[in-house]
Design a protein around this ligand. Structure first.
Ligand code: PEP
Ligand code: MG
Length: 585
């Protein structure tokens, strides 16, 4: 057995046989043609391009119907390649000047095109190479009269293993037959990862050596949450994981909790359990898992993977869609948090030495009010149609908050002058994810309508541990006394000023910490939709008074491991027979 590690892109367990998708290699015949044959070869080129265009348009329509317009948009780039006059003229020039057949001329021109793009070392253009290769394979299949290899024809349930999935392949997958994805390349925000998450398929990406070590038919265990793959595990291990997989599948099917079921403790303290979302495909999950609204809408995904910036109208439509579907429950829209590990494909955004400490989130937005105000206007307009709150990420001091609020006010004045509707009393929240903000929470609370604690970043900044570096992952401890003291300080400061405080970092979806957070007085818990039912169930089985008592005890402990041990013991005592059931939901 070998164990491979990659990036945990979509959680869940996949157990089954590998299905290897190689990059399709064609043998391109090279034939000399006579002068008289030139027009025939050019005609074949045009015919091939027209047929491919038809094929892509049909695929685009199908994906748009099945998965939504956003996923179908990737085909626009494919259609543009087919209409690229420079490329087409180059192919025709090749046929005419070198007197070669169309397949050969086409593949030579594409190679030249791709090499030029690769030499530019631009991340956005490298991504475009995938589109160009994808579309050129389609054209070559037409010219060579090969049948389209379609994943739609998969007859059995498999784990897809590939160097990279072309965007059109990823979007057109037969979901019911895919157990998991494993890819050599890609990151947490790669298109494959985003689609996997929205479809609820476990995925490990960026494994680098997956295709070298896995062959079709190999038995695999894919743990999407741990980012691990076991290749040809022992029969015993395979059976063990297969049981886990079946249990997980059954549980996912059976979990369907109503929003009307309140997250209320036995002694009647009510909190809100809401969902974090990134793309509209996650909206059905918000309903399915009974989240009482969206506690964090990460808007970066509208901005990533493109060279241009989304216009106000495009953003407005995207936000409106979410707001309308979640109505009457609230949606907390976070303004863009690019930088860190989420980059814009824009030449104006520089590569930085320490991106997590650099030109990120609100810092970028305040430096680029032209970009920021477009988003603020779109959010404000969407607020006219539902329950919208806005919040700013990475605030490190009150001056940034004031400046962001000033720009928001400017947008309100503009919209009023233009007679466009918006919620005049829109709530404005501050994300507390930088230690300086946590320590001055009392000051920030005076000028915020609510707080949302971003522990994913707060932990990395307070413990000086890069959240994306697996070498120091053992130091990334939510239960570290330093983190707990900061969290307590934020909650107490908010309550002193009479504002509500939520948490949208991963910590609030962890049952042991959720128990502690109830005791510390947190008002809203926001997490990935599938985690909602477990946390709701947990809260319904505990007493606030007990959680408070345990929290007092926890705050005196010196290490993260003692904190976790104590939480586990105390929660076991309270839940008794329900402990295992609730933690396994
Ligand atoms: C956080 O930092 O906890 C958070 C929710 O934001 P993100 O993970 O998008 O940085
Ligand atoms: Mg953050």
């Amino acid at each position: 057995m070998i164990k491979l590690k990659g990036i945990a892109a979509s959680s869940g367990i996949g157990v089954g046989k590998a299905y290897f998708i190689g990059t399709e290699e064609f043998t391109i015949p090279k034939r000399k043609i006579s002068h008289e044959d030139i027009s025939r070869e050019i005609y074949r080129l045009e015919e091939g391009l027209i047929e491919t265009r038809k094929e892509i348009s049909a695929l685009q329509k199908r994906i748009s119907d099945d998965l939504g317009f956003d996923h179908a948009k990737i085909f626009e780039a494919h259609l543009l390649v087919l209409e690229d006059r420079v490329l087409i003229e180059d192919i025709i020039g090749h046929i005419k000047n070198k007197k070669v057949n169309v397949e050969y001329a086409f593949s030579e021109s594409i190679k030249k095109y791709v090499n030029t793009l690769l030499s530019l070392e631009d991340e956005y253009l490298r991504e475009r190479v995938i589109d160009i290769e994808d579309v050129s394979r389609r054209v070559l299949r037409k010219l060579l009269k090969k049948e389209t290899v379609s994943l739609q024809e998969l007859k059995e349930k498999v784990i897809i293993v590939t160097h990279d999935l072309a965007p059109s392949q990823a979007a057109s997958l037969p979901k019911e037959n895919i157990l998991a994805f494993v890819t050599d390349v890609g990151g947490i925000t790669s298109h494959t990862a985003i689609i996997a998450r929205s479809l609820g398929i476990p995925a490990v990406v960026g494994v680098e050596i997956a295709t070298k070590n896995i062959k079709s038919g190999n038995k695999l265990i894919v743990d999407g949450a741990a980012g691990e793959i076991l290749v040809n595990p022992s029969a015993k291990l395979f059976k063990e994981y297969h049981k886990k997989y079946l249990k997980q599948a059954k549980e996912i099917k059976s979990i369907h909790i109503s929003k009307a079921v309140k997250a209320r403790t036995k002694d009647k303290k009510e909190v809100v359990v809401s969902a974090n979302i990134e793309i509209p495909e996650e909206l059905p999950l918000v309903h399915k898992f009974g989240a009482e609204g969206v506690g964090l809408y990460r808007t970066e995904y509208i901005f990533l993977g493109r060279r241009d910036l989304p216009f106000e109208e495009e953003q407005y439509k995207a936000y409106l869609n979410v707001v309308k579907k979640v109505k009457p429950y609230p949606v907390i829209i976070r303004t863009i948090d690019i930088g860190g590990d989420k980059f814009l494909s824009q030449p104006t955004v520089p590569v930085e030495m320490s991106p997590f400490l650099g030109w990120r989130a609100i810092r970028f937005c305040l430096a680029r009010p032209d970009v920021f105000k477009v988003q603020l206007r779109a959010i404000l307009r969407a607020s006219a149609e539902g329950n919208v709150k806005v919040m700013f990420p990475m605030i490190s001091g009150v001056e940034e908050l004031r400046e962001a609020k000033r720009l928001l006010q400017e947008c309100k004045v503009e919209l009023k002058e233009e007679e466009k509707n918006f919620d005049k009393n829109i709530s404005v929240g501050t994300m507390i994810e930088v230690p300086s903000a946590a320590l001055t929470a009392d000051v920030l609370a005076q000028e915020s309508d609510f707080f949302s604690i971003g522990t994913n970043d707060l932990i990395q900044y307070s413990l000086a541990v890069d959240r994306a570096n697996e070498k120091v992952a053992y130091l990334y401890e939510p239960g570290h006394p330093a983190v707990l003291r900061l969290v307590k300080n934020i909650i107490d400061a908010a309550h002193k000023k009479g504002i509500l405080v939520g948490m949208c970092g991963e910590m609030s979806g962890e049952p042991l910490f959720a128990f502690l957070l109830v005791g510390l007085g947190l008002d809203e818990f926001s997490m990935a939709p599938p985690r909602v039912p477990r946390i709701k169930e947990l809260i319904r089985h505990i007493k606030y008074e007990d959680a408070k008592e345990v929290a007092d005890k926890i705050m005196k402990l010196p290490t993260a491991s003692e904190v976790e041990k104590c939480l586990q013991q105390e929660l076991k005592k309270i839940l008794m027979d329900d402990f295992n059931r609730i933690l396994m939901i």
